[in-house]
Design a protein around this ligand. Structure first.
Ligand code: MOS
Length: 708
């Protein structure tokens, strides 16, 4: 499809903003210099549900340096309360523990924090529903899943197929609540002037913040400007703006002519910016004597919030992974008095593929087959869900290539067969997948000077992935220019339209817009200027691909109707389990991925490596413990919420096939941001089973589960 001359794409260009970041001169949102800021410390509800009976802010207001105490009693009325998460301080109601119910504004953050501790709030508490139960009777089918996916799918007769299958499996897997926890807790600087709102924040999408906040304050979107220059990680918790941003904007409205600075604390990151909901997943598989699947069923139960529905697309990967004539996937949710969940690191695929790929391992054993051969035997010819051919699907090749690199052949298939000095040693494998999206609506401006320098403008976000660098490479090739002559400007809502950095679709979607703008520029130069740049330079802007009917699963590529587009991978793990204590170590992870053309091997490797590290973290550590009596996350800091650190990570090897996809986008690439986490936890759980003979179906795999 593309006629790009390959020069910059495919080279391991070092991160262009690396030096600024390392030297500390890259200014993140909190570090933007503003005149005479005031500091805002939020007040969080300390009951799970009920109402505020009274607020005594007397002592707080009397503190020297306190400018105001913002509560529902004096808060500006919002123009729209359509988004209940953003519509804070409009009544005395409390919808979940931690909900923002006010804030203290002061001359320093220390004064604000101290004064916040002096505010007395009297509540009328109501008993809430905080716990997701397996047998929950109040489950319902959400209308859609996150990103517009269909709630349920059915084909054939799963029950009949299971009843007559030679081999069957019926197992339930659970995954816990997890929080995104980027290194930089969410910061906001809000400035209200001339009837407009200016925000510095850390976001995956400046125009998403603009679009969602403007109506809340009754502003034309053009009156809201959002700047997000550098971002310390995203992980999903910055796809959308949350109540902290609305609170800062309200405070800026209240305190005339002073910029308001609000930085969430790490603990507030456990209440304000969403989380991955826990899941209870029942998988049933049926197979014939030859190890061919005849039935696949995946039924998911997850909590959602009464305040706002979010239903994770947990079983979607099960719809397209393996062939079987009888299939069923369902999603049910229970609405609880808790904060709303949101997308987090491979929402859907990450927890869903833990269940499916654990079940595939169990089933391979039940069929007496090697788990790699079992998967390859069940490879579909076309996407079993849509019936469309795959744009490219090299899963079998990833599995075979990975097996060779990992040394799978030497493996004794029997569990608990290898013991080395008190450690039980095992290996496991799992498949990985993530949809390949091209989001419509993106547009780019390219300005060329007579000296041959190019400025590329697009409201994209670099959440730490290296987007600035990758986009420069794409622009260089599209313009047939040197990367040194390209400058890419992103992170400002005034720039041409760009979807957020989400769905692992940033590079593809923004890159496609840049390629289109480059084509337009060359066309314009030829038609209007005889092929050379005029003295005053030239500027073009590509038309945004239409966003009008953005209803179904994220559409985009002109080929999306004709091909099923997904990235794939094979994940291998070696684990060692201490026989007497149950301690689990993962000395080795190896992944081979089918990611189309790699735009930048150095950055791409980092992303996949990071994804696999998340997967290791998901397998062994991450677990937000919600107290069902009070509604708070008990381990709401990095002392109690463990994320894989250096000492937890052994060798991680990342490989990719390097096969360009002919249809996904003009670069022939596939999204890689989230692929690396998918399947890792199952590979580790399968290796734990191989090491110990114990099947852990509940994440995280902690040592208590291995001391049977
Ligand atoms: Mo990703 S969880 O779509 O930011």
């Amino acid at each position: 499809m593309s006629a790009l001359r390959i020069r910059a794409i495919g080279t391991s260009l070092a991160r262009l903003d690396g030096p600024e970041k390392v030297k500390g001169t890259a200014r993140y949102a909190w570090e933007q210099s503003v005149d005479c800021p005031a500091y805002l410390v939020p007040l969080e509800a300390t009951i799970a549900t009920g109402r505020i009976r009274g607020i005594d802010a007397g002592a707080a207001t009397a503190e020297p340096g306190v400018l105001a105490v913002l509560t529902h009693e004096n808060a500006p009325r919002l123009a729209s309360t359509a988004d209940p998460e953003l519509a804070i301080l409009q009544s005395d109601a409390v919808a979940f523990r931690g909900q923002l119910i006010g804030g203290v504004i002061a001359e320093s953050s220390e004064i604000a924090r101290h004064a916040a501790s002096l505010v007395r709030i009297d509540y009328e508490e109501r008993a809430g529903e905080l716990e997701l139960r397996r047998d929950g009777t109040d489950l319902y089918a959400p209308k859609n899943l996150n990103a517009g996916f269909t709630t349920d799918t059915f084909e054939g007769d799963v029950d009949a197929a299971l009843a007559s299958a030679a081999v069957t499996l019926d197992a339930t897997y659970t995954t816990p609540m997890e929080h995104a926890n980027p290194l930089e807790p969410n910061p906001t600087i809000a400035i209200w002037n001339d009837g407009g709102l200016m925000l510095y924040c850390a976001t995956q999408g400046v125009q998403m913040v603009q679009a969602l906040l403007a109506p809340v304050f009754g502003l034309d979107p053009q009156r809201v400007r959002v700047i997000s220059p550098y971002i310390g990680g995203g992980f999903g918790c910055r796809c959308f703006p949350y109540a902290d941003v609305a609170l800062a904007a309200m405070a800026a409205q209240l305190i005339a002519n002073r910029p308001i600075k609000l930085a969430l604390t790490r603990q507030q990151m456990f209440t304000q910016v969403g989380y991955r909901p826990p899941s209870i997943q029942r998988i049933r598989l049926g197979a014939d004597c030859g190890g061919r699947l005849t039935a696949i069923a995946h039924d998911v139960v997850q909590p959602t919030a009464k305040i706002k529905e979010f239903a994770e697309q947990t079983a979607i990967a099960t719809r397209m992974m393996y062939a079987a004539p009888n299939r069923r996937t369902t999603h049910r949710v229970a609405a609880l008095d808790i904060p709303a969940p949101n997308p987090l690191r491979g929402p859907g695929e990450a927890p869903g593929m833990f269940a499916l790929e654990s079940a595939m391992d169990e089933m391979a054993l039940a069929c007496g087959m090697d788990p790699i051969e079992f998967r390859i035997r069940n490879e579909p010819d076309v996407d079993p869900d849509s019936g469309l051919p795959f744009s490219s699907r090299h899963l079998a090749r990833c599995l075979r290539d990975g097996a060779r690199r990992f040394g799978w052949e030497a493996r004794d298939p029997n569990p608990r067969a290898r013991r080395e000095q008190g450690w039980l040693v095992g290996t496991g494998v799992a498949a990985s997948t993530y949809p390949t999206y091209l989001i419509p609506g993106n547009s780019a401006t390219i300005r060329v000077s007579a000296e041959g320098r190019y400025l590329v403008l697009i409201a994209a976000a670099d959440i730490g992935t290296g987007a600035r660098t990758a986009l420069s490479q794409i622009a260089a090739d599209a313009l047939e220019a040197r990367v040194e002559d390209i400058e890419v400007e992103i992170g400002d809502s005034r720039l041409p339209m760009a979807f957020m950095a989400g769905g692992s679709a940033g590079t593809a979607s923004w890159g496609a817009a840049i390629v289109e703008a480059a084509r337009l520029l060359r066309e314009r130069l030829l038609s209007d200027h005889g092929g050379s740049v005029p003295a005053e330079g030239l500027e073009v802007t590509s038309d945004p691909m239409r966003m009008a009917d953005h209803a179904g699963p994220l559409p985009g590529s002109p080929f999306q109707e004709k091909y099923a587009m997904h990235a794939f991978g094979a994940q291998f793990a070696e684990v060692r389990v201490r026989a007497d204590t149950g301690e689990v170590r993962v000395p080795r992870l190896l992944g081979v991925f089918d990611v189309g053309r790699m735009i930048n091997p150095k950055l791409g490797r980092s992303q996949l490596l990071g994804g696999m590290t998340w997967g290791l973290s998901m397998a062994l550590h991450e677990h937000s413990v919600l107290d069902p009596r009070f509604g708070h996350v008990v381990n709401h800091d990095f002392a109690g919420y463990h994320i894989a650190a250096h000492a937890d990570v052994g060798s991680i090897e990342v490989h990719w096939l390097g096969l360009e996809d002919p249809y996904t986008n003009p670069m022939g690439s596939k999204g890689i941001g989230e692929l690396g986490i998918v399947g890792t936890a199952a590979a580790i759980a399968n290796a734990v089973h191989h090491a110990t003979g114990i099947r852990v179906r509940d994440l995280p795999i902690t040592l208590d589960k291995l001391l049977q």
